[in-house]
Write a protein that binds this ligand. Structure first.
Ligand SMILES: Cc1cc2nc3c(=O)[nH]c(=O)nc-3n(C[C@H](O)[C@H](O)[C@H](O)COP(=O)(O)OP(=O)(O)OC[C@H]3O[C@@H](n4cnc5c(N)ncnc54)[C@H](O)[C@@H]3O)c2cc1C
Length: 379
């Protein structure tokens, strides 16, 4: 017989950023929360990413709105959770006139209202070390935050536990989730509401519901470059290839001419989904990426040829000798052709939340507030 008094108000499956964001939103409402994850510590996309909370470049509409709200929440909780914000802002450099045209169009748009178009002669004032003499312009965005995910995610979990009394059940697989009952590898857990945030595991819980969205998985290559004389003033840096991947730019009319030119000049980069993001860590090493390859089960191999394409773009943007590669890894995330995220509701008390684009660090907090409002009403 079902216990009429569930132990928890909310049970969350998955302790990645999506699950933790839902735990925060529920805990802030005073709910008794349990987070259940099969791994001993976070090991999925949420600790493999850049920790780059990106606003500028997110898709117009819900994506951009959610990123703005999530960035606000990151800024609120980072000091309380002792999560250092290592960099702020974004410098999007345009290596070509066609890329400058995209930035000019973006700057005129409401999404670019608080950004600044930077002329080549002024770029060095944001930090030295770039091939500024070869750029057509840059866009500076003040919105972004960069955290070190492999430290930030455990600290966020610790904060939820210490500040709000959130319970964590780790090394525990959830085999079925039908509120008020979850069957786990360690026994039954009861909760009034259940939120499943399974990352890119489409097959363990409610596989039929998830299958209806036609999802696939995306594999990304990432590199860490040895600590170097990187100018600490520089914000995260991106370049032309990012303007045809990030929908906030790529859906602008000016992006078409850039796409054509990049296809002709950097076809191999495009074929491998390569673009450039460079962020700095506390020890002045750089996290550099990435590439995009899609498959139901991405292979586990990481050919150097893909890393070389990423480093090739790095060398076109940064002056000086290439720092040594000291770490390489891959990550995967859920991907959909037609949506950035999805919330599926098999019942009123059960929500399945998947971030189906590479935007979970940037949007999860806002998504979680929306899901909690749907479950328990507006605040
Ligand atoms: C290399 C890389 C770079 C990225 N860069 C950025 C970036 O700069 N900015 C940005 O915003 N986003 C970025 N992303 C995307 C972002 O990291 C993801 O969107 C986000 O981490 C997804 O979070 P999640 O919690 O849904 O998934 P995950 O972090 O994968 O967590 C899912 C968790 O669910 C658990 N789980 C699943 N099923 C069960 C079950 N049945 N029982 C128990 N546990 C279960 C898993 O063990 C896992 O811990 C990047 C992603 C990658 C891979």
């Amino acid at each position: 017989m079902t216990n009429p008094h569930p132990t928890f108000d909310v049970a969350i499956v998955g302790a990645g950023i999506c699950g933790l964001a839902h735990a925060l939103a529920a805990a802030r409402r005073g709910k008794r929360v349990v987070v259940i994850d099969r791994d001993a510590q976070a090991n999925g996309a949420s600790v493999r990413n850049f920790g780059f909370v990106t606003v500028t470049g997110q898709q117009r509409g819900d994506g951009w709105r959610r990123a703005r709200r999530s960035r606000q929440i990151w800024a609120e909780i980072a000091p309380a959770a002792k999560i250092p914000v290592l960099q702020r802002g974004l410098l999007m450099v345009a290596r070509r006139p066609e890329a400058r045209a995209v930035l000019e169009e973006f700057r005129r748009d409401e999404m670019g209202a608080e950004c600044k178009l930077v002329e080549p002669g002024e770029i060095d004032s944001y930090g030295q070390g770039l091939r500024t003499g070869e750029f057509a312009a840059a866009l500076y965005s003040p919105h972004e935050l960069r955290v070190e995910s492999r430290e930030a995610i455990p600290r966020l979990a610790a904060y939820l536990s210490e500040r709000f009394g959130v319970t964590f059940l780790r090394e525990t697989v959830v085999r079925s989730a039908a509120p008020p009952r979850l069957e786990t590898s360690r026994g039954i857990v009861e909760a009034e509401a259940v939120i499943v945030c399974p990352g890119d595991d489409f097959h363990t819980l409610h596989p039929d519901r998830i299958a209806a969205y036609g999802l696939t998985r995306c594999k990304l290559h990432m590199l860490r470059l040895a600590p170097d004389s990187f100018d600490e003033r520089l914000p995260p840096v991106m370049s032309d290839l990012g303007m045809i991947r990030y929908l906030g730019y790529s859906e602008l009319p000016a992006a078409e001419a850039l796409r054509k030119r990049l296809q002709a000049e950097q076809g191999e980069h495009i074929a491998n989904g390569v673009h450039l993001i460079v962020v700095r860590s506390a020890d002045n090493s750089l996290v550099v990426g990435d590439s995009h390859h899609y498959a139901a089960t991405p292979d586990p191999f990481a050919p150097t040829q893909i890393d070389d394409l990423i480093l090739d773009e790095y060398a076109r943007v940064f002056a000086g000798p290439l720092p040594r590669v000291v770490e390489r890894w891959t990550g995967t995330y859920a991907s959909a052709r037609d949506r950035l995220m999805l919330v599926d509701k098999p019942s009123d008390a059960l929500h399945i939340v998947l971030i189906t684009s590479g935007t979970g660090a940037s949007t999860s907090f806002a998504i979680a507030e929306e899901v909690l409002a749907d479950l328990f009403g507006p605040l």
